[in-house]
Design a protein around this ligand. Sequence first.
Ligand code: NAD
Length: 476
Amino acid sequence: MIRNLVGSEWRSPEGPSSLPIFNPATGEEIEKVPLSNASDVDAAVRAAVEAFRPWSRTAVMDRVRLMFRFKALLEDHFEDLAAIVTRHHGKTLDEARGEVRRGIEVVDFACGAPTLLQGRTLRDVSGGVDQDLYRYPVGVCAGIPPFNFPVMIPLWMFPLAVVAGNTFVLKPSERTPLGAQLLAEIFVEAGFPPGVLNLVHGAGDTVQALLDHPGVSAISFVGSARVARQVYTTAAANGKRVQALGGAKNHIVVMPDADPEVAVPAILNSAFGNAGERCLAGSVAVAVGGAAGKLLDPLREAASRMVVGPGDEPGVQVGPLIRADHRDRVASYVEAGVNEGAELVVDGRAEMSRRGFFLGPTILDRVTARMSVGREEIFGPVLSVARAETLDAAIAQANESSLGNMATIFTQSGRAGREFRDRVEAGMTGINVPVAQPFAFFPFSGWKGSFYGDLHVHGTDGIDFFTRKKVVVTRW
Ligand code: NAD
């Protein structure tokens, strides 16, 4: 049964409403998630406020010892976490394992707190005067993840916050709350004091209650572009520190000199991995000059051969989408693309007739930036192929997007790679890699409408976000 964690107590929210959780591979309802109201949120924030004073004064080495224990338990539960992701999100088990690994890497990084939380010192800044910079925790922080990485994205948020001495309220996605639920159970098992991590389940109203609560000092949000902007403006207007990561429309530029044996599998991985439901998915492949001629046939052949099915079946490469309505929305983009003049090269819609929320890999060719498929985030297994005469035109097409999460180029030319790196307006840029995901010790640095705020998640940005600096000037 899914419950909130308030201090040391697992309790059902007062809010009477709930939503179903599905196994997307079968379409069956497997659980219900309760929707917490403002008074449920208040209870969780109060528990976090109460825990803050003792926790923020707990020695760094004691906090880190608990973080090491949490890390060890995450490794013990590695397969359970991956299985739960597949069960209620749908992605393949291998993809789920990859997600859990990337999440645990943030815990590895958090275990470096004795170094990361250090300040700075300048002795004798003027005659007999010293200046020291110390880092202090911010207070109660709240985390609001999206549905598509139910374990990894919560782990982007609370380990760094709590190791820095903050207490935390996590509001998991109402569509995939089971990963966060298991993470919270493991966190309690690791021996962290009650109230350091609290869990409130719910949807938009629950988020609103967190944004309005005066006891919450900082908000870490990841989700769609529209909601990211709304959360950013509301939280900032309420005087909170906020980082809000939004949606994406990522371009893959393929130069004529790119080796198709490298580029084709990479494009398939980028576009159809996680069934296209990731913010680093390659959505538009821009073929430069003669590249289209070398790419399209192998792309068509390989995409048509991809195995679609339940994520826990061996050999499956593309799992289901999260919900029937989302699948239908993605399918409607295929129709819109054709109506706007794109050529349908691979049509995955035949998979919609099976049980569950499936849509097979789909490829549209001759897409332009003016078509909805070339402009809007689709968040499903639909790859658009566009054409450009030159690298300049390809970069200009990528830069037309209002979003700037990721862009990647395939080329054998160092000059083209360097030009692309310096001129493309995306905060995560790849050269000959399908998905330019930063490791935990670098920031997840989306640009433009893909990010609101100034300190990104994880890396030293994450430490800066979850600490406030105090400068002490001393003369004896
Ligand atoms: P979403 O915006 O619908 O939901 C995200 C979170 O916001 C959820 O916890 C949800 O409960 C809450 N929420 C939803 N509507 C709200 C509202 N009106 N007011 C307040 N809170 C609200 O996003 P999603 O569909 O769960 O996730 C997919 C989106 O997330 C995609 O757009 C994807 O690109 C984006 N995403 C971005 C990143 C990134 O790093 N930039 C990473 C993963 C996903």
